[in-house]
Structure formats: C-alpha cells, structure tokens
Design a binder for this molecule. Structure first.
Ligand code: 17E
Ligand code: FE2
Length: 411
C-alpha cells in the first residue's frame, strides 16, 4: 500500500510513503501531485504523522462516574474516596468491558500507543488481572503499557509493597507511585526509594503520580529526579502531573530545574484533568494548577500531554480525542505563540513516544512499523485552528479506522 500526496512535519513539498506489509519501505519526494492508484490512500495535501500516543490514562476506572456516587467537591481527594467505593464493586468482566470500550474511543481518534495506570491497592488485584488480558486481546488495536499504580499508597496501604511486587511479577510493564498521598513526608520519600529499587531490579519503566496537589510544600519531584539521576535511569522515568510546580516559587524552581535537566526524566501533564481538579482550595486569585509545561519544554526537557480520565470519579467528560486535550493545554499553558503552535503536535506524538520509551518502535521512518495517521490539515497550526481530526489510522500496514468529516452546506 502507498500513501500519496502526503505532507510531512518539518519538510517542504509532497511525499509518497510505501508500506511493505508491516514496515515502512520507502518515503520519496513527489515533484507534483499525483492521482492515487487503486488500493492506495490519498492524503490530499494533508499531514501524515506517526500515530497519536496516550501517555497517561486510567483504563480500569474509566466510564464509572456517578457509580455509586458523584464527586461533588471536584477535588482529587474526593475522587480517590469515590473510586474506593466503586473499586469494591469491580469485577474482571466489568473492567475488561469498560477498558475495551474506552480503547475503541482512543482508536477512533488515531491513538495506537497507550500507557494506563491500574490501581493495585486491592488485595485481589482484580483490575490488574483483567487489564493484563486486555493488553493481549487488543494488540491489533494498540500497544498497551500497564503501570502498577498504588492509588491508596505504597507505605500507607496495608500490604502496599507486596502488592506492587506481585503486580510486577504478574506482568506490569511500569512501576508507579503516589508520594504526595502517603500519610507522611517520610513515607512519600521511602515510597520513591522502594519503587525505584523495584524498577531497577526488574527492568521496569517508572511513572509516578508526583505532587498532584496545589500544596507548594509537596516536593517529591526532587526526590524522584535525584533517584533517577544517581541510578542513570532518567530516560526510563516519568513524573506525571507535578502540578505543585505551578505553586512553587521561582527561586526554588530555578534550583529544581538544574536537577531536572541533569536527571533526564520525562514529564506528563494532563491539562483538562488538572484545570478541573486543582485550584479547588482557592477563592480568588485562583491557581491554574498545572505544571510548568512551557518552561519545561523551552528548557529542552521532554514533556507531553495526556487525557488521564474519561468519565470517572475524577473527571466527568472525555471522548478519547487527544487533540481536544492538546488544544486545551496550549491555552492553559500560554502556548499559543507561533513557535509553540507550529510544532504543537510534538506534545501528543514524538514527545509522548519518548516518554513511553518506544525507541524504534515509533516514528515515520523507513524500517519502522507501518503505523501512521492521515490528518485533516496540512500542518500543526492548521490542525489546532480548525479543530482537525485523524481521518485515517493505519496499523501494521492495514486501515484500522476511517473518519468522514462533517460537511456543511450553505444557503
Ligand atoms: N488517580 C489519581 O491519583 N489522580 C488522578 N488524576 C486520577 C486518578 C485520574
Ligand atoms: Fe493519573
């Protein structure tokens, strides 16, 4: 199969992309627009990119908002309480059904790589066992990474350490954490040492919910970054949320950034989630409750955007469309300047792939997997401005999804 009349990010002109079974066989410049042959796909002067990536979602909690109770305060902490009520009702089949429905939504929007946090603070590990099956059963749709995520704490939850170890033994890909939720600061610190040891010993990646609070005293990011630096694990480590950084003063942040850069860790921001959950203890002025996305990016560090939730105790909306998250994030993070807009898709493609440590399993290059999207606009800026979509998603050399854009008649 060939894709013709494609625009590529950062390159002038039109291109043809040849797929040879499950690999990209060739990318060649076209001297003029061509008509597509039978069996080929016509990008019609629009962008072709590697698939969108969802670097941070909770597929075990998805589609449970209001069951049995709604989060009335809109805080993270009430979300955790409401989820504990729903968690008591979780079954194997219920988890698989909801996760698969949500994966279909992600696929409909061009996502082919997903990292999901799965709550392992449950003595039965029911959700984890269900998600391990989902990972295998949806390989034709997505590459799924599973994070062993201790929602109620590693040190503060009975048997928390053993559950984390068991989750990795059962097949989790990534070790998680939640230091700001542990009962004490000391427990937060020891939870990070424990989870970094576990990851180093087992070869897992690391993705920690870190400082997801407006409390400027929540400073576990420095602990995570230093552990990553000393062990030389930075590229394998991700700090998710880090929203307290939005409340740190500049003097502390200036010192912190030096360490963050030396550590080489990755960052995920979930802008729609954080603008909803944070700032809840403020009246006015009211904080935005996001990490310093533009500053992290402009300092040359790796940062990407994720959805976090779809209709769960923390966030009542969501439809799988990561472009909606990108648009919101660019607004909230003061990233609508031309320099940011013209490379904005980095935040849901290349940067996210780097966070997931996908290496040569990702990217529009000869020899890499034949996974790609045809978008509805010719460049990053126009994708955002027109609220564009992924129109075609190709995976393993075959069409996985086609979207027909709405058409408008005047008069
Ligand atoms: N759990 C958590 O600790 N934080 C979140 N944002 C979600 C679940 C969605
Ligand atoms: Fe999360």
């Amino acid at each position: 199969m060939n894709i013709v009349n494609a625009r590529l990010r950062g390159r002038e002109g039109l291109f043809q992309i040849a797929l040879d079974g499950s690999q990209i066989a060739a990318i060649t410049a076209q001297s003029a627009e061509v008509s597509a042959s039978e069996g080929d796909l016509d990008a019609a002067n629009n962008l072709v990119v590697a698939p969108f990536v969802e670097p941070h979602i909770h597929l075990d909690a998805t589609l449970t908002a209001g069951e049995p109770n709604w989060n009335m305060s809109g805080t993270l902490f009430e979300g955790i309480e409401r989820w504990a009520e729903r968690k008591a009702l979780v079954t194997h089949e219920d988890t698989k059904t909801r996760a698969k429905k949500t994966i279909d939504m992600l696929v409909d929007h061009g996502i082919q790589h997903v990292r999901t946090h799965v709550d392992v603070t449950d003595p039965t590990l029911a959700a984890l066992k269900a998600m391990l099956e989902v990972r295998e059963e949806t390989r034709h749709l997505i590459d799924l990474q599973i994070v062993a995520f201790p929602q109620e704490g590693i040190e503060s939850y009975a048997g928390g350490r053993a559950l984390m170890e068991q989750a990795v033994e059962l097949g989790a890909d990534v070790v998680g954490g939640i230091p700001h939720f542990e009962n004490t600061r000391d427990q937060g610190v020891s939870s990070i040492k424990f989870l970094m040891d576990l990851a180093e010993r087992t070869g897992c990646l690391v993705d920690v919910h870190c400082d997801e609070t407006d409390d400027p005293q929540s400073r576990f990011l420095e602990v995570l970054a230093e552990e990553a630096r000393v062990r030389g694990m930075g590229a394998r480590v991700t700090a998710s949320h880090t929203v307290a950084m939005g409340s740190y003063d500049n003097a502390y942040c200036s010192k912190l950034f030096r360490l963050l850069k030396m550590s080489g860790i990755n960052f995920v921001s979930c802008p729609t989630e954080s603008i909803h959950l944070q700032g809840r203890f403020d009246s006015y002025p009211k904080r935005r409750g996001l990490t310093r996305v533009a500053e992290i990016d402009h300092a040359g560090m790796n940062v990407c955007f994720g959805q976090d939730s779809i209709v769960d105790p923390w966030y009542p909306l969501g439809n799988g469309n990561i472009l909606r998250i990108l648009e919101a994030g660019l607004h909230i993070c003061h990233m609508l300047g031309y320099e940011d807009l013209k490379r904005s898709l980095d935040l849901i493609t290349d940067n996210s792939a780097r966070t997931l440590h996908l290496g040569e399993r990702y990217g529009l290059e000869v020899g890499r997997p034949a996974n790609l999207l045809i978008l509805s606009a010719p460049d990053d800026y126009e994708m955002i401005r027109t609220q564009g979509h992924a129109l075609v998603s190709v995976r393993h050399g075959e069409v996985l999804m086609r979207r027909t854009p709405a058409s408008v008649q005047r008069g």
